[in-house]
Design a protein around this ligand. Structure first.
Ligand SMILES: Cc1cc2nc3c(=O)[nH]c(=O)nc-3n(C[C@H](O)[C@H](O)[C@H](O)COP(=O)(O)O)c2cc1C
Length: 324
């Protein structure tokens, strides 16, 4: 997610689940080929398994960008066919590619020919006045013929005119059954569903119909949901017990990044959602928001922020029960 799932965010989320697959922000082929690669694509070993998401629509450029991403060590190459922003539309990629399924197939084929990693696509169910049965089937046909290894479907249309990207994540109605029907028609194609999924109970419900679930905003705003991924979906213990342990486990990464000259705020801005619901969470957020931006902010700043949060699980449970 642009501006959100940068390397620090991913390294933090990895502390909460060993198994969840993490995705980069979208990077355009132009940026990958001509831009500051280390800054755009560099990541830490701890992040695996991590997929890089590419934005583009020129098969040759996508193949070249995919090769570069292989050299960086990514585990999967994902093509964005879902972003509706004007900038992306002008570049003729993102969601508007729902209208050019043959070209998307050519893009996937070019990347498949260039790299041996899984090549996956993230799309919408359609755009504008497209018939979602036809549009999604056509896109799926084209990418499957090209060798696409998995499709993630954001289960709503994108409206290319008149809505901001933010509105396009909320206003077009969700249509989960459309994605279920696609899976039913394509049992051999791994399909993940995305859009508006907020709880593990919902994740389990979707997994009765499809192979995977992608969590966007909830994972960012309430990262502790990731603590349930390994135990509930993979039958393995969570890497840490709670947010406190997560911060402790993340500290060595933070220390290493600070030693390299990174500012604390660039790391901790992705941790503001931690402890949501616990007494003291607001003071924790406020402390980070005001102190982590200051020159010289360091690990102690993070520890001081966490010290505002109540460790009492009883208090947390009472509040959660009251909220239900
Ligand atoms: C700040 C932000 C940035 C996003 N950037 C991307 C992106 O780069 N690539 C992409 O495929 N989706 C992007 N999305 C969309 C999400 O991946 C996801 O499809 C959408 O938020 C719906 O899922 P959710 O309800 O679980 O958040 C972004 C969403 C947000 C909130």
């Amino acid at each position: 997610m642009m501006d959100w799932t940068d390397r620090h965010c991913r390294a933090f989320h990895r502390v909460l689940s060993r198994r969840a697959r993490l995705y980069t922000e979208m990077v355009t082929t132009g940026a990958v080929i001509h831009g500051p690669r280390e800054r755009l694509l560099g990541f830490s070993d701890v992040e695996h398994p991590v997929a890089v998401q590419l934005g583009g629509s020129d098969p040759k450029d996508l193949a070249e960008a995919a090769r570069i991403c292989v050299d960086f060590g990514y585990d999967e190459i994902n093509l964005n066919v879902g972003c509706p922003s004007d900038r992306v539309q002008n570049g003729r990629f993102g969601a508007c590619l729902m209208q050019e399924p043959v070209l998307v197939g050519e893009c996937v084929a070019a990347m498949k020919a260039a790299v041996s990693l899984p090549v996956t696509v993230k799309c919408r169910i359609g755009v504008d006045d497209q018939d979602t049965e036809e549009a999604l089937n056509r896109l799926t046909d084209c990418v499957v013929a090209a060798g696409c290894d998995e499709l993630t479907v954001h289960a709503r249309k994108a409206w290319l005119q008149g809505l901001s990207p933010k509105e396009n994540r909320d206003i077009p109605p969700l249509d989960y059954p459309r994605v279920y029907r696609l899976k039913h028609a394509r049992p051999d194609l791994p399909i993940a569903i995305n859009g508006g999924i907020k709880t593990m109970a919902e994740v389990h419900e979707h997994l009765k119909h499809v192979d995977g679930v992608m969590l966007g905003r909830v994972a960012y705003h309430e990262p502790e949901i990731l603590l349930a991924v390994d135990p509930e979906l993979y039958g393995e213990a969570a890497p840490v017990a709670d947010g406190f342990e997560a911060v402790a486990a993340y500290e060595p990464y933070v220390a290493e990044q600070l030693a390299r000259g990174e500012r604390l705020h660039n790391i901790t801005r992705h941790m503001l959602g931690l402890f949501t619901g616990r007494p003291g969470a607001r003071a924790y957020r406020r402390h980070l928001a005001t102190e982590a931006v200051k020159p010289g902010a360091n690990l102690q700043t993070l520890r001081d922020a966490v010290a505002h949060v109540s460790r009492e699980t009883a208090a947390l449970e009472a509040r959660l029960a009251a909220a239900e």
